[in-house]
Write a protein that binds this ligand. Structure first.
Ligand SMILES: Cc1ncc(COP(=O)(O)O)c(C=O)c1O
Length: 397
């Protein structure tokens, strides 16, 4: 028997989903026509890694893998955390790990997040209030910009690493002022002038929020980042460290005062309304930091490889001024940079093009990541190819 109401709903649903489907297809076609289509890619297995954020090689370390397995087997044999930290997802093991991280990062307290994205969203969407002001470096990561957008505070970008422009923006600000910077910028690989930023913040009683995503594991003794390495950590109110890059695992931690931790537990929606990391992830955090502490050669190898890369490429001009594991070769134009990346991929190197609008038009680039595990001969072959690229804009490449 036919039901009149159901068949009417079915008809409407059909019409609705058709409209949505059309919308999705039109948007994708627009991306494709403007050369901006994003595709998930595989097929890089076996190529030489000059692309990943696995700066120290921890993601591929069999030794660390085995240590994590042992740690998991010797603690809770559970697959998931079962809930939000505020409900069933908390454990004494997680809290002990946070105490361990607070010690590593020389802070009163630490709070673990599921990712760096979630940590930045949490801090920026919950702490700055209406009538306060967020001022972030224009090169900030999307998670910082998205967090600022979720806040009711006023927000401005300041010119990259430009303290005069920052000061102008501070003078225009109202309420409490938050200055958001990264220790190492993710697309250019250059550093923020942390000491000068701290001085300026002090002058105006502003609060520095420092994203240490690309310095975690890489800078500071035992990988504890730039602020501690420069002895500026007491001047930075909020520090965010991520585990998905040099630490080779997943997640993030926000460190600071006890009040910062309590506040985030109470007000940060991306912390409150999500399932906590699994026991396996928490065990990975402990093991990865212990591993970096016991394997100081990794940081040293990475430093040597950066030096080798820099000395082999001094004559290449079109790059950003970086001394970190993130290096660039600017190849203006999405099509051009895709062609150059494809050429290097075909030579056996995994290196990815970064297109506009992820970076500004005209500053499309190869984002080159250096690692502790890259061999001298890999670096020599790769830099020799970079130095002898057939004309960059030549589509016959
Ligand atoms: C500077 C910076 N902050 C935050 C994030 C986000 O971290 P996660 O990948 O852990 O979400 C990234 C990741 O690309 C980043 O580069």
């Amino acid at each position: 028997m036919k039901c009149g109401i159901c068949s009417k709903n079915q008809e409407e649903n059909k019409a609705m989903s058709k409209a949505v489907l059309n919308f999705l297809e039109n948007q994708i076609a627009g991306q494709r026509n403007s050369g901006l289509i994003r595709n998930l890619k595989t097929g890089f297995e076996g190529s030489i890694d000059f692309a990943s954020n696995d700066y120290l090689g921890l993601a591929r370390s069999i030794e660390l893998f085995e240590q994590i397995n042992e740690e998991v087997l010797s603690t809770a044999k559970r697959n998931g955390s079962t809930g939000s930290r505020l409900l069933t997802g908390n454990s004494s093991y997680t809290e002990q790990t946070e105490n361990f991280l607070a010690e590593i990062f020389q802070a009163e307290s630490a709070l673990i997040f599921n990712s760096g994205y979630s940590a930045n969203l949490s801090v920026l969407s919950s702490i700055p209030q209406k009538d306060d002001t967020i001022i972030y470096d224009e090169h900030s990561h999307a998670s910082i910009k998205d967090g600022a957008r979720l806040s009711l505070a006023k927000r401005f970008a300041f010119r990259h690493n430009n303290l005069d422009d920052l000061e102008l923006k501070i003078k225009k600000s109202t309420g409490r002022v938050y200055i958001i910077v990264e220790s190492i910028y993710s697309m250019d690989g250059d550093e923020c002038p942390l000491e000068d930023l701290c001085d300026l913040a002090e002058k105006y009683d502003a609060c520095i929020v420092l994203d240490e995503a690309h310095s975690t594991g890489v800078m500071g003794e035992n990988g504890n980042g730039m602020a501690i390495e420069r002895n500026l950590h007491k001047k930075v109110f909020v520090r965010i460290y991520t585990f998905g890059k040099a630490m080779g695992i997943h997640g993030a931690v926000v460190v600071g005062t006890n009040s910062l931790r309590d506040y985030l537990i109470n007000f940060a929606r991306p912390f409150i309304y999500t399932t906590a990391l699994s026991p396996h992830s928490i065990a990975s955090v402990r093991c990865a930091f212990n591993y970096v502490t016991l394997n100081k050669n990794l940081q040293i190898n990475l430093k040597h490889n950066i030096e080798k890369f820099l000395s082999a490429t001094v004559q290449i001009k079109n790059r950003t001024p970086s001394k970190s594991a993130i290096q660039t070769l600017i190849v203006p134009g999405n099509d051009n940079v895709r062609i150059v990346a494809k050429y290097l991929n075909e030579k056996g190197f995994d290196v990815r093009p970064i297109l506009s609008p992820t970076v500004p038009k005209g500053l499309e680039r190869l984002r080159i990541s250096l690692h502790a595990f890259n061999s001298t001969s890999e670096i020599e072959k790769f830099t020799s190819l970079l130095s002898n690229l057939p004309v960059v804009v030549n589509s016959d490449l």
